[in-house]
Design a protein around this ligand. Structure first.
Ligand code: F6R
Length: 258
């Protein structure tokens, strides 16, 4: 795992956005894995800014999102599909026919998950997977206890995740407690993985992922087995790592605005 410790939240976000931009610049027909969540908000804003300054051609891109809530229609404002359309696909000029998101509103969820795995394989696998991390160490919605061999599937969110995501829902609004997610094995098959983690709330999960044992109790620790993962951290997310000096500036990322 390459670890990139940044001096600020802004630098970390810019660095992770630069890695996405560089991937698409080098290979416009990349197969990209998108994530959602608060951490990705600033990253996607940065990507849209980069696109305004140094336009790239995104229409050849094929993409797969990590996860989707169960029980929300595709046009529901709190669905990840709605979020991706408005925050990423439309602003970047991505061809939506080439975007894939799990459908949490269909009657046969298992079938939807199997079809998703087939679609990833037919696309030739994921070149570049973007990840955030949950406070409990989840990746995608692979909660603690998920098998390292897991594939795309239905899952129940833990109380910790439900509480962490409550901020995205208005009081009294329906908040899904179940989701579909790519599995840990599906994620590990991506050729390159970039994780962005920001803020003190992520520091315990980051330390467990990097310095703890490979354990299903911390799903993100599975990334220890992945040959090409870059972890981009701000100082708060890195604060519980005991070996910070080994990582500082060890793997510089080009700042595209410099
Ligand atoms: C969302 C996802 C989740 C988030 C994680 C962190 O697609 O896969 O694993 O990355 O829950 O969420 P935030 O960034 O809101 O803290």
């Amino acid at each position: 795992m390459k670890i990139h410790l940044c001096d600020s939240r802004e630098e970390a976000t810019r660095s992770a956005a630069a890695l996405v931009y560089q991937q698409v610049a080098a290979k416009p027909c990349s197969v990209l894995g998108w994530a959602t969540g608060g951490t990705m908000d600033a990253l996607y804003s940065e990507l849209v800014l980069l696109q305004q300054q140094r336009p790239l051609y995104w229409r050849e891109l094929v993409s797969f999102n990590l996860d989707e809530y169960v029980g929300l229609s595709t046009d529901h404002p709190k669905s990840y599909r709605f979020y991706m359309r408005h925050r990423v696909f439309i602003p970047l000029g991505i061809n939506e026919d080439c975007t894939h998101l799990l459908r949490g509103d269909v009657s046969d969820l298992d079938d939807a998950c199997m079809a998703y795995e087939r679609a990833i394989a037919e696309a030739g696998g994921i070149d570049f997977q973007l990840l955030g991390i949950g406070e409990n160490g989840h990746i995608g919605f692979n909660e603690p206890g998920s098998s390292m061999d897991s594939r795309t599937r239905f899952t129940r969110l833990t109380l910790q995740t439900i509480e962490a995501n409550q901020r995205f829902f208005a009081p009294g609004e329906f908040q899904p407690h179940t989701a579909l997610t790519m599995g840990i094995k599906t994620i590990l098959e991506a050729r390159q993985i970039v994780m962005l983690a920001l803020g003190a709330k992520k520091s315990a999960a980051v330390a467990a992922m990097v310095e703890g044992p490979l354990s299903e109790l911390c799903p993100a620790s599975a990334l220890q087995m992945h040959p090409a993962t870059t972890l981009v951290l701000d100082p708060d997310a890195a604060q519980s790592l005991t070996q910070q000096n080994n990582h500082r500036r060890a793997h510089p990322i080009k700042d595209l605005k410099a």
